[in-house]
Ligand binder design. Structure first.
Ligand SMILES: [Zn+2]
Length: 312
């Protein structure tokens, strides 16, 4: 039995074909999924892209935003176009297999908990850093959804900031501690110093999170300083969430999260400096997702396999 898992983010769509043990057989990527063509049509293109056929038992879709897991409806999200889209119904009739729809960070948390950095955890927090901050909780070994939409940490106001968020409010954590903050700060730096090392490193490339990350990995000091600033803003907010949940580990994934220690170090430092009762409570391990930016897609596939198994 195998399944398709699709991760629909704010700036990319990643699909994987997984075997029943969760191993990735094949993958397919496309940019800018939901803008213009429609969410279901965009997801539909991945099946042609993967070239899979009758061996697929189920399909899972993780979407950045508010997903009603019970009905398979994408309610709304600040980074993905569409409101009240009946994704499950539309894809099921198109594919003829069971379809499960989940929040993307929830899907990533399931994948990390089953197969990756969260194995054996009883209280795990998962964050996906990219276009925004996705959050998820595995509590008592199970995914916690609240009524439907728990874990939207990116839209809480955990650190000082007044920038407008894609959700329409101001000062959300993700405006200071995710991809858009990185891009905004890089834009300001380049404007202030158009012949500086960051401007030179990026050249004609758009000022994007991946381009800034790549410059930092290549050793550019200005890009590295920006990653550090974003990491510190993330860590300062994280310390509050750690105080609430007292997790046994914090797993960081997503496109920006996949940069690894360069981001994790300032996160740990800032969380350590700002947390409650630091003389008495240890900071939990803050670690990189094992499945990297594939976690959401793999997790969506795992949720689909589970649902298909339940219905046999
Ligand atoms: Zn927001």
């Amino acid at each position: 039995m195998s399944a398709i898992g699709v991760d629909v983010g704010g700036s990319k769509l990643l699909a994987v074909h997984i075997a029943d043990d969760g191993s990735v057989v094949d993958e397919y990527r496309s940019a800018g999924p939901a803008m213009g063509g429609g969410l279901v049509a965009a997801i539909g293109t991945v099946f042609a892209g993967l070239g899979v056929g009758e061996e697929i038992a189920a399909c899972g879709v993780g979407i950045a935003g508010l997903v009603d897991h019970a009905t398979g409806v994408f309610i709304w999200g600040p980074h993905v176009a569409g409101t009240g889209v009946p994704v499950r119904e539309a894809l099921q009739s198109r594919l003829g297999v069971p379809v499960v729809v989940a929040n993307d960070a929830n899907a990533a948390a399931v994948a990390e908990h089953r197969l990756g950095a969260g194995r054996g955890s009883e209280a795990m927090l998962m964050f996906t850093l990219g276009t925004g901050i996705g959050g998820a909780m595995i509590l008592g070994g199970s995914l916690y959804r609240g009524r439907r939409f728990a874990g939207e940490f990116g839209h809480t106001r955990l650190v000082e900031g007044a920038h407008e968020c894609d959700c329409g409010r101001r000062g959300c954590w993700e405006t200071e501690a995710a991809g858009p903050a990185l891009e905004r700060m890089a834009g300001e730096m380049i404007e202030a110093d158009p012949t500086g090392s960051l401007a030179t490193a990026l050249g004609d490339a758009p000022v994007s999170g991946p381009a800034i990350s790549a410059a930092a990995i290549a050793g550019n000091a200005e890009a590295t300083a920006l990653i550090t600033r974003v990491g510190r803003a993330f860590g300062q907010g994280l310390s509050t969430i750690v105080t609430i949940f007292d997790p046994d580990r914090v797993v960081i994934g997503g496109g920006l999260g996949s940069i690894g220690e360069m981001l994790l170090d300032p996160i740990r430092q800032a969380a350590d400096e700002t947390r409650y009762a630091d003389d008495h409570i240890e900071l939990p391990p803050i670690i990189a997702a094992d499945l990297g930016e594939r976690a959401g897609a793999v997790g969506a596939g795992l949720l689909a396999l589970e649902a298909a198994g339940d219905h046999e």
